[in-house]
Design a protein around this ligand. Structure first.
Ligand SMILES: [Zn+2]
Length: 276
């Protein structure tokens, strides 16, 4: 029997089973195989990517007293706004990546989806678990938490149990140092400790590989990026600088992120995603 005769009768998937079972005996066709809804959509990949890596902190509704704290207001995106932003990304066919996936593509010179995005959240606030996680999972999105390891189990911060649950829900954890100091002010021993110990604590506590660090407040210099490399990180993230382009492969210890503030309104959010 010619292959050309088989195709219309058996379909491409059934053709695979021909060599095993033959086409003459009627085979039950599983509905999920022929269903269009479950056919994976092809994601266009490109070497000319521009991936916005969004940087959040808290996702919460602030009390009136907290609203008067300007720093807190700046750090905090409301769950309503966060859901509007995540649902916008989902509806516009963005592919959610972990920062480790972006870093790997950079390192290996591999393509990324044309419309890729990464969500990151810094410092390890507990609302990342209570408020952000349900929204992220609702839209099948994922995020990377840059965790300050001394913050585990602290007031209003993530517990180890929260973190493990988040891992199960496709979130990932990377380092944001042990105690969130300005790394540019530390002596070499303290600098090494902040970088090496946070990586060790996360890897042993969560059983995952930690490949990158986000510099506290984005502050770094040559000594900090050298120490990050020496500590075993493959990449490091600063603040600002627009989306990640392939050219960023030349400076893996100064990768850019786009800050989303409490006051970032929806129109501005869309512009930042589009233009950095
Ligand atoms: Zn921070």
């Amino acid at each position: 029997m010619l292959v050309g005769e088989l195709v219309p009768k058996c379909g491409r998937i059934a053709l695979l089973s021909v060599t095993l079972a033959g086409c003459s005996a009627p085979q039950p066709v599983r509905r999920e195989i022929v269903s269009h809804e479950t056919t994976p959509r092809l994601t266009p990949m490109t070497h000319q990517y521009a991936v916005p890596v969004l940087m959040y902190h808290r996702i919460a509704n602030l009390s009136p007293a907290e609203q008067r704290n300007q720093l807190l207001r700046d750090l905090t995106v409301s769950p309503h706004d966060f859901e509007e932003q995540v649902s916008y990304l989902k509806e516009n066919d963005y592919i959610f990546l972990q920062v480790s996936e972006v870093e790997k593509a950079l390192r290996d010179g591999q393509p990324l989806p044309e419309k890729a995005i990464a969500i990151t959240m810094d410092d390890g606030y507990r609302d990342n678990f209570t408020e952000a996680l349900p929204i992220l999972t609702k839209y099948s999105a994922k995020a990377t938490i840059f965790m300050v390891t001394n913050n585990f189990e602290a007031k209003e911060r993530l517990s180890w149990a929260d973190a493990r649950q988040m891992l199960r829900e496709k979130m990932s954890f990377q380092s944001h140092t042990v105690s969130h100091p300005d790394l540019t002010t530390l002596n070499p021993e303290r600098l090494d400790f902040e970088l090496i110990e946070s990586k060790r604590v996360l890897e042993s506590g969560l059983g995952t590989k930690v490949t990158s660090v986000a510099y506290p407040a984005g502050a770094f210099n040559r000594a900090v990026s050298k120490a990050s490399e020496k500590a075993g990180y493959l990449a490091a993230w600063k603040k600002g600088g627009g989306p990640v382009y392939p050219v960023n492969a030349t400076t893996p210890y100064e990768l850019p992120r786009i800050r989303i503030h409490g006051k970032t309104d929806f129109e501005k959010f869309k512009r930042r995603v589009a233009n950095g």
